[in-house]
Ligand binder design. Structure first.
Ligand code: F6P
Length: 320
């Protein structure tokens, strides 16, 4: 093992830079060379590959985005495109590839593994929807951004006695909605993992109003429907002076939290240590605060991320 390649792919997340830094520095400290691949799998296929030096890793641990850039590249689902990627890796003498990203990126790493090329997936997505890990890099930062936004919205909701429906990201998962919703004391959290009862939510707002609480905060995961759609449905049950807000990509930007930086550092270093032990074809993650590695093919084919829906019951109890 002489050279390790690193790429970031799919939707960026805060902490990706910290992961790139950890992988490259850990490789360099073990006497290996680190090669950066720009623009994810697209850059891989195009051969947009360069040797990294320690200097360019200075001052990136706290930067949002990814210095390696990212891209959505659905073409990588085609076998011939995957083989072109492997050709490029061979051309640059890269022995193993570490992929930082979410679901789509993991499938890219899985495909390389199936072709016999050594690859490791590091979970980097705000969505927290990757099997094989309790938390993904970027999730904590996104939750903090969403929570801060919800706090701000709650202030104006209170001043104007309004109901706000706030849509957060998460693709098909409700994790950001749950965590940010609980942290902001939302009146209701609507997630794809559980059926919602809009009439019950409307009744609760009415009851709260009777008891003197005349504003409401509803957090909805994008995987259910848009904030605007939910607002329109809610309005059919009464006049709540409602507003719909979509937080969108602000959740993906900005400075990563310390928790994400530490997670990225641990996972990045772990990926390199596994490769040095001759292991690969793995998805790595954190479970009960311990670093874990699972077979990437089995993880993707037979396991699903489990959102902790007990948090929804918790919120219901706390909003009683
Ligand atoms: O996977 C991260 C994510 O931000 C999802 O939460 C969201 O559904 C999607 O990416 C948005 O993708 P794009 O930035 O390509 O519009």
């Amino acid at each position: 093992m002489k050279r390790i390649g690193i790429l970031t792919s799919g939707g960026d997340s805060q902490g990706m830079n910290a992961a790139v830094r950890a992988i490259a520095r850990s490789a360099m400290s073990a006497g290996l060379e680190a090669y950066g691949i720009n623009y994810g799998f697209k850059g891989l296929v195009e051969g947009n590959i360069f040797k990294m030096n320690s200097k360019e890793l200075d001052g990136i641990i706290n930067r949002g985005g990814t210095i390696l850039y990212s891209a959505r590249f659905p073409e990588f689902a085609q076998e011939e495109v995957q083989l072109q990627g492997i050709e490029q890796l061979k051309k640059f003498g890269i022995d193993a590839l570490v992929v930082i990203g979410g679901d789509g990126s993991y499938h890219g790493a899985e495909k390389l593994t199936k072709h016999g090329y050594n690859s490791i997936g590091v979970p980097g997505t705000i969505d927290n929807d990757i099997p094989g890990t309790d938390f993904t890099i970027g999730f904590d930062s996104a939750v903090n951004v969403a929570t801060e936004a919800l706090d701000r919205i709650n202030d104006t909701a209170t001043s104007h006695q309004r109901t706000f429906v706030v849509e957060v990201m998460g693709r098909g998962a409700g994790d950001i909605a749950l965590w940010a919703g609980i942290a902001a004391g939302a009146d209701a959290i609507v997630i794809p993992e559980r059926d919602y009862d809009i009439e019950a939510i409307a009744n609760k707002i009415k009851e709260n109003r009777k008891n003197g609480k005349d504003h409401a905060l509803i957090v909805i995961a994008e995987g259910v429907m848009s904030a605007q759609e939910f607002k329109e449905k809610l309005d059919q049950y009464g006049d709540f002076d409602s507003r719909a807000v979509t937080l969108a990509h602000i959740q993906r930007g900005g400075v990563p939290t310390a928790k994400d930086r530490v997670l990225a550092s641990r996972l990045g270093d772990y990926a390199v240590r596994l490769l040095l032990e001759g292991k690969g074809g793995l998805a790595i993650g954190i479970h009960d605060n311990k670093l874990v590695a699972t077979d990437i093919i089995d993880t993707l084919e037979n396991h699903k991320h489990k959102t902790d829906v007990s948090l929804l019951d918790l919120n219901d109890r706390l909003r009683f």
